[in-house]
Design a binder for this molecule. Structure first.
Ligand code: GLA
Length: 389
């Protein structure tokens, strides 16, 4: 299906009628604030111009038909089916989202043809797909397209996406990814209160470059779940001594006392990361407000080091590619982004040196690893949307 250039023609070929709406959901990177969204931390994700897009039309029936361009496969889902368990198939996301959104109406079915430019691991293709489904489903049920200014509804849809992953797909992810995708731009999000603000974009002379290590994130789901369990274990041990608004909010002055209550070294190191990463996000917000981009870059380097040495979620290739990137004059800071265990890093670079940087990194990374890195400048994107064609 990818070879069919005209998306509209492809929709007609699959479903036998023309699409009425187009749905777009960006991917995301996270500038800083990693692995703290599931313990009340503040995060700084940015919606990016790589995205998942779809064509949509209500089908007058009660089934939902989703054609995935990536898997070249059509699935037909019955929203009233509350018995089907997850199948370890891409359509779990759609089945789970319908379940979480309590889609029970008759004759509110729809057809979707989905394609994605989110080919690199770690840019949240799954939340992008979920957010797209959430907007399509909301439109099918209510006839409302969810304006960009309807923040409350957008956060509710983001929570539905998170619950789908947590309860149906079985990944204990935080709220960061769907919130970023449904709110768009660069935000600072408090994952405890869900209060957020849109931040000024980087000054024009700087840019974010995505560095795809071209390595799979094979340990991502098991390693991620293990980190979340460790955080819950720390919460249990600290009991009433832990901050009510989440471990990331522990006062840094109380860190060593809290660490003293934890057995072994692993949990101590985990807590070290959570508390220090939260402080780095707060400092990063100040840097952005003051346009102090040099200091922002240094905070990104420190974040990577903490994720590598205290949280153990980096990978040899992520370490190699960020180290190489930092060796180039273009780079102010470089770090892994997302869950880690492979996938992508990001670098904060001088825009006028970006092409030179990418050539340098591609060559040096290939020499070190034998792998071809994917390197591309990314820009902030608008929030996920559904619009008439
Ligand atoms: C994944 C999860 C997010 C977040 C990041 C790490 O992307 O889906 O909720 O925990 O990892 O910051």
């Amino acid at each position: 299906m990818s070879s069919i250039p005209d998306f509209n023609e492809a929709f007609k070929a699959v479903f036998g009628h023309a699409a009425s709406h187009r749905v777009i959901a960006p991917g995301r990177i996270n500038l800083i604030g990693e692995h703290i969204d599931y313990c009340g931390g503040q995060v700084m994700p940015m919606a990016i111009d790589q995205n998942t897009s779809a064509l949509f039309r209500g089908n007058g029936g009660s089934t939902i038909r989703v054609y995935s361009d990536r898997y070249n496969e059509l699935v037909t889902l019955v929203p009233h089916d509350v018995l089907t368990k997850k199948q370890d198939h891409w359509s779990d996301y759609a089945q789970g989202l319908l379940r979480e959104s309590a889609h029970r109406s008759i004759n509110k079915g729809f057809d979707l043809l989905v394609r994605s430019t989110l080919d690199s691991g770690g840019l949240s293709s799954s939340s992008s797909f979920l957010a797209l489904l959430a907007l399509a489903n909301h439109f099918a049920l209510t006839g409302e397209s969810v304006s960009a200014s309807d923040k409350g509804l957008r956060l509710q849809l983001a929570l539905n996406c998170q619950r789908t992953e947590n309860h149906f797909v079985g990944i204990p992810s935080g709220i960061m990814d769907p919130a970023s995708i449904l709110l768009g731009g660069l935000i600072q999000l408090d994952c405890n209160t869900l209060k957020y603000s849109h931040l000024n974009p980087l000054p024009d002379e700087y840019c974010i470059i995505i560095l795809d290590t071209s390595t799979p994130r094979s340990l991502a789901s098991s390693g991620y779940a293990e980190r979340v369990e460790q955080v819950r274990a720390i919460e249990k041990i600290l009991g009433h001594d832990r901050p009510k608004n989440g471990l990331a909010n522990l006062d840094p002055n109380q860190l060593s006392t809290a660490q003293g209550k934890l057995p072994g070294t692993t949990l101590k190191r985990r807590l070290q990361h959570l508390v220090s990463e939260q402080q780095r996000v707060l400092e990063a917000a100040k840097c952005l407000a003051d346009a102090n981009i040099t200091s922002l870059g240094l905070l990104m380097n420190e974040s990577h080091e903490s994720l590598k040495s205290s949280y153990d979620v980096s990978s040899p290739e992520l370490d190699v590619i960020t180290t190489i990137s930092r060796q180039h004059a273009a780079t102010l800071g470089s770090r892994m982004t997302g869950a880690g265990f492979g996938g992508c890093a990001i670098s904060l670079c001088h825009r006028d040196l970006a092409d030179e940087h990418n050539q340098f990194v591609a060559e040096a990374y290939f020499q070190s690893t034998g792998l071809q890195a994917g390197l591309y400048i990314t820009d902030t994107a608008l929030p996920a949307s559904i619009q008439p064609i």
